[in-house]
Structures are given as structure tokens and as C-alpha cells.
Design a protein around this ligand. Sequence first.
Ligand code: FPP
Length: 235
Amino acid sequence: MAAAEGKIPSHVGIIMDGNGRWAEARGERRTAGHLAGLETAKHIVKAAAGMGLQYLTLYAFSTENWKRAGEEVHFIMGLVKQYLRSELDFYRENRIRLRYAGDKSGLARDIAEEIALTCEETGVYGGLQVILALNYGGRDEIVRALRRAALAGLDLAALTEAELGKFLDNPDIPDPDLIIRSAGEFRISNFLLWEGAYAEYYISPRLWPDWTEEDLRLALESYEKRERKFGGLRE
Ligand code: FPP
């Protein structure tokens, strides 16, 4: 089916890459890049809400990011906590709902509690849904889904895609239509492996801290021109 005029994606996922390079290019510490990246994330959430997206998944920390220096990991986790606290009023005013994807059991208790609290407080809102992917890995999500399916008594030898899909982290959220990666890398890095099977991909050369609303607009314009076939044939 050809993309309809003015078509916008319902669900956009973003791999926010390039914070470290942004900082290094300025002779600053990597943490300065993450701080700037957080500000960009705030602007992009606002822009996404304004553009009428329904779901925005932000890849803030992968299951592999624990390999980074302890100081950097600690800093990113602190930023997440700061983000959740500082943006709560904005979420309330704009009826934005926060959701979580990943393995919460691997997070420090204070972060897990802050996420749970924000998800609960914003759970009633019907505007944009922001899915925070933190300690998230696509492979890990599939393995956890399989474990849950086994614990629920499903016969794994006869399991269907539809059945397994119900055990993913957020089974009610539609698959991403568009996955964006900043900083020019052509990699998926374990992001939404199952859900992104038929997503359109958009790679931007710009480093995440340099992103503005205009970059999101360019990504949506690119999506609008795509012809999605989901494995079928052109009409
Ligand atoms: C990738 O850049 C970025 C991360 C691993 C961290 C992303 C985190 C934030 C933007 C802050 C938290 C965000 C929210 C929404 C709470 P990189 O460090 O791999 O960059 P590099 O490839 O240039 O080194």
C-alpha cells in the first residue's frame, strides 16, 4: 500500500546515539554528552506530542550498556531519575503517559521505584505514550517472554507468534512503524528486535545532542514517502 498523503507513524522508536562523540568533539567528558542528550530527549518528547505521535520508545540504556565505566552508568541512571522527577508536571499538563520496557529486576531499587511511580501517576493519561527502554535488550525481552509463557503453562513446542507476543513487555502497544537512529550508525543494537520486524528505518548523521524538532520532522517526512508492504506485494 502506498503511503497516504500526510501519513504519520503511530509508534516511533529512537536509538539516541552519539552523546559520547558529541562530548569528545568538544573536549568534554562523555557524561556531558549524556546531559545534553537528556535535554534533547525532553525537546523531542515535546515535539512528538505536538506532532500527534501516539507512542515514542526511547532507548536510554541497553542490557549491554552495563559494560561501560561505572561512573558513566551511574551518571545515566541519575539522569533518568532526574528526568522522571523534572518532567512529571509536563507529563501531567500534556496528558503524557510513561511506560517502561526492559528488565526492571536488574535496576537499582530507587530507579525501579521512580519508574513504577511515574508509570502509575501518568497511567490514566490518553495522550502520547513514552516508553522508556532502560536495561532493555531485544533478545532479553524475547527470552523473558518465553520464560513467562512457560510459567503460564503454555506448550512451548507448539507456541505461535501471536501467543508469544502476548508475553512481551508491552503487548498492547502496536509495533513501531519507524525506528530512528542518530549519529550515523547502521546498526539495530538489540533494540525492539521482535517488534521492529517490519519497521521502517531512518538513520540520521546528526549526533543525538544536536537533534532538534526539525530532525524529527525530516524523519517523519522520509517515513511518509515509504511504501510499506509487510512482506506482501506492491498494489
Ligand atoms: C548512546 O550514546 C546513548 C546512551 C547509551 C545513553 C542515552 C541516555 C540519555 C540520552 C539520557 C537519558 C534519557 C532519558 C530519556 C531519560 P553513546 O554514549 O553510545 O555515544 P557514542 O556512540 O558517541 O559514544
